[in-house]
Design a protein around this ligand. Structure first.
Ligand SMILES: Nc1nc2c(ncn2[C@@H]2O[C@H](COP(=O)(O)OP(=O)(O)OP(=O)(O)O)[C@@H](O)[C@H]2O)c(=O)[nH]1
Ligand SMILES: [Mg+2]
Length: 196
């Protein structure tokens, strides 16, 4: 995170991460759609509409005298392009882990979570905030919240949103929550108190 005290600008980076086809791009598209800035979103895709490298878009919020510039990224979930994921993660301040609710894909969620743990170790969730989007809740059968928590070995304090990315369910709440965690963890106060 970059804080420019003279210009009163905070810059932060959030990455949507998760297994292939879990709904990362759909989540980001829903977010930019809700904010009416869909045209700002850039996606580098294969011809079949899968994320080739990343999605990227900037969001700017003003809070009192401060401007918060949020850089939103998604990594591709396809293993063929796995080496691009660590590049996209560089310098991230917070992660939205988009998991698939399909019970047959529990192992894919686990593999992806282990990959992240491999990058960050115990810093994941401690110094580096994570919010979970347990996505595709509109499709049956769906893994229970309890089984999801157990399958990733999460503790009770993990913030999990049950989402339907294609309908924009909890899109804004997720952004607010990860942003709050990032700003609190940085020893700054919550956004509304910054600059007072
Ligand atoms: N029914 C339903 N479909 C969804 C939901 N979220 C995403 N999808 C669909 O699932 C497919 C994959 O979604 P993407 O957002 O492209 O997934 P991704 O995680 O970005 O995939 P990669 O970038 O290839 O790793 C698309 O056809 C989406 O429309 C959801 O909550 N419900
Ligand atoms: Mg994608």
């Amino acid at each position: 995170m970059l804080i420019d005290w003279s210009q009163r600008i905070i810059q932060t980076k959030i990455v949507y991460y998760g297994p292939a086809m879990s709904g990362k791009t759909a989540s980001i598209r829903a977010l930019f759609h809700r904010l009416n800035i869909l045209s700002r979103l850039e996606s580098i895709e294969t011809t079949s509409g899968r994320t080739l490298f990343f999605d990227y878009g900037p969001i700017e919020l003003s809070q009192g005298e401060w401007i918060i510039q949020i850089h939103i990224w998604s990594a591709t979930g396809q293993d063929y392009y796995a080496e691009t994921r660590s590049t996209v993660l560089a310098g991230t301040d917070g992660i939205v882990f988009v998991a698939d609710s399909n019970p047959e894909l529990i192992r894919e969620n686990q593999r992806c979570w282990e990959e992240l743990r491999g990058f960050y170790g115990d810093r994941l969730g401690a110094q580096l905030p994570v919010v979970f989007a347990l996505n595709k809740r509109d499709i049956w059968p769906a893994i229970s919240r309890f089984d999801f928590i157990n399958s990733l070995g999460l503790n009770g304090s993990s913030q999990i949103f049950e989402t339907v990315a294609t309908q924009g369910l909890f899109t804004l709440e997720i952004l607010q929550d990860i942003l709050r965690k990032i700003l609190l963890g940085s020893n700054l106060a919550q956004p509304k108190k910054i600059g007072t």
